[in-house]
Design a protein around this ligand. Structure first.
Ligand SMILES: Cc1cc2nc3c(=O)[nH]c(=O)nc-3n(C[C@H](O)[C@H](O)[C@H](O)COP(=O)(O)O)c2cc1C
Length: 183
């Protein structure tokens, strides 16, 4: 089965950007792909903030990412960009960790004003990590969906739901058509 890893970048839990990943998990399962969610907030804070590359917990998490067929990054928008803890984790990934992997960036935000945070803030970092195939990101405004206590989300906006499903379908197509790349 195709293995997709999602990096959940919110310091909060339960969280909206995490619930979006739970929804993605259900959709990807129906498309024949398994999604494992890696919560950055669950990593040991001191090891993360002190950039301990030799930490066993950090190393297990980075290996999960490098071993995946594709990666989803989901972050809330904080101050017009991604969160600090997400950046702390991305900083600890090997330099070319994302080479050869299709990447789907997702962001949730309180307003549409920071729609371009994916393009201007997150994508350049993913590029430095070797991502050559970054799919069109999905930006979800809080008012467009509801987080469900039982997991996942309810969309209030059918167009957004369609875009979300089609982004995940595109991700699975990108995985099946990718040419193996040496890291
Ligand atoms: C510290 C902080 C900063 C935020 N900054 C922004 C922002 O600049 N732009 C925006 O649209 N939303 C901003 N928000 C709102 C969150 O991005 C939004 O509610 C998001 O869906 C929360 O996701 P989470 O529940 O996964 O943490 C901010 C929220 C917090 C707590």
């Amino acid at each position: 089965m195709t293995k997709v890893v999602a990096i959940a970048g919110s310091p909060s839990h339960p969280s909206r950007s995490y619930a979006v990943l739970e929804e993605a998990q259900k959709i990807l399962q129906s498309l024949g792909a398994e999604l494992k969610i890696l919560l950055v907030r669950d990593l040991p804070a001191e090891e993360l903030l002190h950039a301990r590359f030799d930490s066993a917990a950090i190393s297990a998490a980075t290996t999960q990412v490098t071993a995946a067929d594709a990666v989803i990054i989901s972050t809330p928008v904080y101050k017009a960009a991604y969160t600090g803890i997400l950046k702390a984790f991305l900083d600890l990934l090997p330099q070319k960790a994302l080479v050869g992997k299709p990447i789907l960036p997702i962001a949730t935000g309180g307003t549409l004003a920071h729609l371009l945070a994916i393009d201007y803030a997150l994508n350049p970092v993913l590029g430095v990590l070797g991502a050559a195939h970054i799919l069109q990101g999905v930006y979800l405004v809080d008012s467009q969906f509801q987080r469900l206590d039982e997991g996942g989300i309810d969309f209030h906006d059918p167009d957004l739901e369609a875009r979300f499903r089609s982004a995940l379908t595109e991700l699975t197509h990108a995985i099946s058509s990718k040419v193996p790349t040496a890291v």
